[in-house]
Structure formats: structure tokens, C-alpha cells
Design a protein around this ligand. Structure first.
Ligand code: PLP
Ligand code: MG
Ligand code: MG
Length: 607
């Protein structure tokens, strides 16, 4: 669903506060009221927000730079017309049913869910009495139909509810609103959208009223409203919304990563048969958006599976090498070794290229090995999660492209943090999963495929039934369905995580991860602990720290100590050294990492 925010007005009743600024930018608790609203819409799964602007429109244009989901369109005649004229101007950007909101509202997010989850297409949200001094009253008819709207109580037979300023509007209703406006705009250019709503609500296109008696909301039109909002309403909203928050556990293990509450809540969705067209559309959207994160959408095909990251690895290794092919697998950690184990199971013709677990790959030797051994394929892990060592994948793959060697990359823990362009970086196949840097739930695996490379495998032997890449791709292209039952709720969460990743951007996500890593490294240095991988080869996402020599040190004690404060840590995974690993991927704030660093210090100082 989309949203439209009407934000053209002058806000003249707020006097000097809105002389050089739209009303929506008045701040409460340091956040503009329209930004509160935008964040709530995004958290409710809205991925397109159209804002009809007018007075001081540049403020909204700047907001759109911060939130990629926002599109703005300006009503130049804003000083002379009403809100319906602004809605009319937004129409070219609207291509689906939408939530319609005013820009000067603060509200409890529950109102959005109530409208989204209601089966009826056209609904206005209403509350009991607010005593705000600027009420818009609603007369509710039989069967909750919207009968009339007025600011004057005595114009209505029964002024039983108040209009909030959040509605759900179908494309069909929008059409009749515009027809009505066309007929009347000459005489009434200042028509408000709510008047039009009440005028067009008919048997053919009924508008219903959904009343929540004690709904917490306020429209801010004057200084009195602003005072009420600050003192009374916002604290109530914050209290109400805190009742839905999920216990915070910061996962410092290398995936599944910490997620936002909105991603967790995205799993609470209506039951749906995954063979329905609607769900097919969601999967299509997910695949296209994931493709766009690693290249040009037309060149990259994302193939989705139910499964963990290893499933995506297994799909690649079992599907992408012909019987007469020869695969070189780079092994510098547990995940490189896992690729080799998979190749062994499928009796692929392969060799292992061994490299140090904590020093960079010697690229020149690797290149000679590839050429001398007449390898047709290479498989390599982008980011060895075992140690936090980042492999020079683009450099290796560019070389391979020159020599016609197909490149298969495990980017399970690199994707959505390290900026990757499969065209630029010459990657043919690349595996990842929903539960790492994309910050969604475990259960979905995906393989990104360069379109031509994918076409080339179509006649390769089918060594695995469930995980065959070509069959899964073909089936989805034809039917918009996975061959077998998809992890429905995991995919809803993935959809939300994609929206949030696009807003943060992969570059800024990596910058956040790097800032967390910096905090950690600073503390590790202060404690005179040693790290396994030299700083400049670290991914800045996972840090393997050598365990202290103290006889009092015990990983399990350390783990339990951190867990008491809501942090989960992870043991090491290589046999050559005793390490513990701290990952900083996922929805982790810098201040949370600072908090963990205090705990790390405390434990180490105590022992
Ligand atoms: N490859 C890499 C680089 C990983 O980091 C992981 C998991 O941490 C995997 C593969 C396997 O993923 P999963 O445990 O989801 O099967
Ligand atoms: Mg209003
Ligand atoms: Mg208003």
C-alpha cells in the first residue's frame, strides 16, 4: 500500500512558527511531526509516500532525500485552493490504493494497522471527543457508513465521532472524488478533501467510518494544539506504542543478525496461500529489489529458495558446473571448506586452493593455479565469517572473466554491507541469505545470477532436485511461484527489511557497521588483547579476538556475563587459534556497541 500526505497548507494559525517553514516541520521531542508520521508509515510496510507540497516545499524535497520512499509534487497554487486540489495534483504518482493523511498530525501507529488490516476499501478513521477546539465532526450512518462531515456540530443530526485525518482510499474512490471536484472546483476551489469524501460516499463506492473511542492523536493547527500535543498526547502515544516493543537482544554472533521491531512485526500478516497472485507479486518484488542491490535489474536474476545460506551455496555448486567442468575452491576458513564438502558430495571435479585463515590470499599464485590447472570455474567466499577476513573477490573475478572462468561467490555475510556490483565485479553466481546484513529473518536463501551465466547452465545435469537453480528459476518466471512451499512469513519480513535497507542504503549501513567495529577495536586495543586478522584485512563486520591467557578466562562465563545485559556473543571457529568472535552486523546502534565495550572491559578487568 502507498500513502499520500497533504502538506501544501500555509499553517497560518501557528503564526510566526510557520512563516518560513511548513507545519509538518514543527518538532516534537526533536523530530518533525511529519517525520514521525513517515517513520510510522515505513514501519507499517508502506514503500511509497507521496507528499503534496506547497508552502515552503523545499523542506519536503529535503526530507525526500533522507527517505528514498518519498516522492514530492508541488501545488503551486497552494495559497488559493484547498486540500482537494492538492490531492488532485498527486494523482499522477498514485498507482494503488493508499492511505491519505494530513501533514500536521501526531498519532498512535495502531491507527495505520487498523486501516490496513480492514477488508473494506474506503475508510475514514475517527475517534471520540478530543475537545481540541477545532473538531471536524462526523455523522455515522447505518452500517458505519460515512454520512456527513462538518466543523459545525449543529449541521449534523448526530455528531458522534471526530475525523482524525487518516483515511484509506481506493483508486475507485479517488476517481469519483476527482469527478466531483472537477464539477465543483470553479465555484469552490477551496474544497477540502474530507468534504468531497462525504459527498461521494454512495452505495456504489461506500466510505465507512472506523471509530476508535480513545484513540491518541492530535492535529496541530494552532499554538493551543501544540501545547496539548507536547504535554498530553505525545507522551500517551509513546506509552501506548511502547507496549508493543519486543525485548531487545543485541546479537553479536555473525547471524542471524539483530532485526528491527518493524521487521519482526512484518511476520504478523494475514494467512495467505502462497500460490495466490498477490503473494507471487510480493516474491517478484523481492527478487527485483534484491537484484537491483547488486547490479542492473535487467542483468541480474535473483532465484529464491526456502532454506539457509548453505542451501544457496549448495544450489550453486550442484547446478553451475557441467560434467566436463573443473572447479577450484579457495579455502581459507570454515565456509570455503564447506563449499568443498558440498562439491565432494556431488562428485564435482574439483581441487582446493589452500590459503591462510588470517592473511590475504596470494593472488598471483592463485592466478597461476587457475591457468595451469585449466580450471573452468572458481568458488570463493567473499567474507570469511570464520575470521572476519575479507577476500579480494572483485580482483580475482575480473581476472577470471578475462580467461572465461565462471565465478561462484559465497557472499552470505558480505551482501548488503559490502557494496557489490556483479557486472563491475565480474561475478556470475552469488549466494546470500535473509538473516545476515539484509537484516531479516532466517529461512530464505537466494542466488543472484548474471542472466547470461544462468542461461548457460540450463542443460547441465540436475544433481539435486529441490535446490536446482535452473528449475527454480524457470518455474518462477513462468508461474511467479516457488516450486515448493516458500517460507511465507520470512518473506514478509524480508520485504520489510528490503524497504529499510533501501532507506538506510548499503553504503551507510556499512559505515554504521564500521563505526561499531571501530568502537570494538578501540576497546580490544585498550585491553591489550590481540586480533587474529591484521587490521587492514578485516571486514569491519566480524572480529576474531585471541582469548586472554588468564586461567580465569572461560568463554561460557563471558557469554553468560554479556547475556545478562542483553548481548549474545559467539565462540571462535578455527582450529589454529583460540578465539572468540564479535560480530557487529544487524540493526546495532553505535551506542549499543559502546555499551557492549563497557561490559567487555568489565569482564576482562575482573578476570
Ligand atoms: N557462508 C558464509 C560465508 C557464512 O557466513 C554462513 C553462515 O554464517 C554460511 C555460508 C552458511 O549459512 P547458514 O548457516 O545460513 O546455512
Ligand atoms: Mg484537518
Ligand atoms: Mg490541519
Amino acid at each position: 500500500m502507498q500513502a499520500v500526505i497533504l502538506a501544501a497548507g500555509l499553517g497560518s494559525r501557528l503564526e510566526d512558527k510557520t512563516k518560513y517553514m511548513p507545519k509538518g516541520f514543527i518538532e516534537l521531542n526533536g523530530i518533525a511531526i511529519v517525520e514521525w508520521s513517515v517513520q510510522k508509515l515505513i514501519n507499517a510496510g508502506i514503500d511509497k509516500i507521496i507528499i503534496g507540497t506547497g508552502h515552503c516545499s523545499n523542506f519536503y524535497d529535503d526530507l525526500a532525500k533522507k527517505y528514498s520512499v518519498i516522492r514530492t509534487i508541488k501545488n503551486y497554487d497552494y495559497a488559493n485552493v484547498g486540500s482537494m486540489a492538492t490531492l488532485d495534483i498527486c494523482v499522477d504518482l498514485i498507482d494503488d490504493d493508499f492511505l491519505l493523511l494530513e501533514s500536521d498530525l501526531i498519532y498512535d501507529k495502531a491507527g495505520l494497522n487498523v486501516l490496513i488490516n480492514d477488508r473494506r476499501s474506503n475508510i475514514v478513521l475517527a475517534s471520540g471527543a478530543t475537545c481540541s477546539g477545532d473538531e471536524v465532526y462526523i455523522e455515522i450512518g447505518k452500517n458505519d457508513l460515512l454520512k456527513n462531515i462538518s466543523k459545525k456540530k449543529d449541521e449534523l443530526a448526530n455528531a458522534g465521532a471526530e475525523l482524525v485525518g487518516i483515511s484509506k482510499v481506493s483508486l475507485k474512490l479517488l476517481k469519483s472524488m476527482r469527478l466531483f471536484f472537477d464539477k465543483n472546483k470553479k465555484d469552490f476551489p477551496k474544497l477540502d478533501y474530507e468534504k468531497v469524501l462525504a459527498s461521494v460516499s454512495t452505495g456504489d463506492c461506500p466510505v465507512f467510518v472506523k471509530k476508535i473511542q480513545y484513540y491518541a492523536w492530535r492535529e496541530i493547527d494552532d499554538n493551543n494544539h501544540l501545547e496539548m500535543a507536547k504535554k498530553e498526547i505525545l507522551p500517551r502515544i509513546i506509552e501506548n506504542e511502547s507496549l508493543y516493543s519486543v525485548e531487545r537482544e543485541v546479537l553479536l554472533n555473525p547471524g542471524p543478525a539483530t532485526t528491527t521491531d518493524s521487521v519482526k512485526y512484518a511476520q504478523i500478516c494475514p494467512d495467505i496461500c502462497p500460490r495466490e497472485k498477490k503473494f507471487g507479486g510480493i516474491m517478484r518484488w523481492i527478487c527485483d529489489e534484491l537484484s537491483a542491490m547488486v547490479g542492473k535489474k535487467e542483468n541480474i536474476k535473483t532465484v529464491l529458495f526456502g532454506g539457509s545460506g548453505t542451501a544457496a551455496d549448495e544450489a550453486m555448486i550442484s547446478s553451475c558446473i557441467p560434467d566436463d567442468g573443473k572447479l577450484l575452491i579457495v579455502n581459507n576458513g570454515a565456509y570455503g571448506l564447506r563449499l568443498a564438502k558440498i562439491a565432494e558430495v556431488y562428485k564435482i571435479n574439483f581441487e582446493i586452493y589452500e590459503s591462510s585463515g588470517f592473511l590475504p590470499i596470494d593472488i598471483e599464485t592463485l592466478k597461476s593455479k587457475l591457468i595451469d590447472g585449466k580450471f573452468t570455474h572458481i568458488a570463493i567466499v567473499y567474507h570469511e565469517t570464520t575470521t572476519g577476513l575479507l577476500n579480494p573477490v572483485p580482483e580475482i573475478c575480473r581476472f577470471c572473466r578475462e580467461y572465461g572462468i565462471v565465478t561462484i561467490v559465497d557472499a552470505v555475510s558480505a551482501f548488503a554491507a559490502i557494496p557489490i556490483d556483479m557486472d563491475r565485479d565480474c561475478i556470475d553466481f552469488m549466494a546470500s541469505t535473509s538473516n545476515k546484513n539484509i537484516q531479516a529473518m532466517a529461512g530464505a536463501a537466494f542466488v543472484f545470477c548474471r542472466k547470461q551465466a544462468l542461461e548457460n547452465i540450463k542443460n547441465y545435469p540436475m544433481r539435486n532436485y529441490y535446490l536446482n537453480l535452473w528449475s527454480q528459476y524457470l518455474h518462477f518466471e513462468k508461474s511467479k511461484q516457488m516450486r515448493f512451499t516458500p517460507p511465507v512469513q520470512t518473506l514478509y519480513a524480508l520485504r520489510q527489511a528490503i524497504i529499510e535497507t533501501k532507506i538506510e542504503t548499503i553504503e551507510k549501513r556499512y559505515a554504521r557497521y564500521s563505526a561499531c567495529w571501530k568502537e570494538l577495536v578501540k576497546t580490544v586495543d585498550e585491553l591489550k588483547l590481540k586480533m587474529l586478522v591484521p587490521l587492514k584485512h578485516q571486514s569491519k563486520m566480524i572480529t576474531a579476538v585471541l582469548e586472554p591467557k588468564s586461567p580465569k578466562y572461560n568463554f561460557d562465563d563471558f557469554h553468560d556475563f554479556a547475556q545478562k545485559s542483553g548481548f549474545t556473543i559467539y565462540p571462535g571457529k578455527i582450529s589454529q587459534a583460540d578465539t572468540f568472535r564479535i560480530a557487529n552486523i544487524g540493526d546495532i546502534k553505535v551506542w549499543e556497541m559502546q555499551e557492549f565495550c563497557r561490559i567487555l572491559k568489565k569482564y576482562m578487568e575482573e578476570i
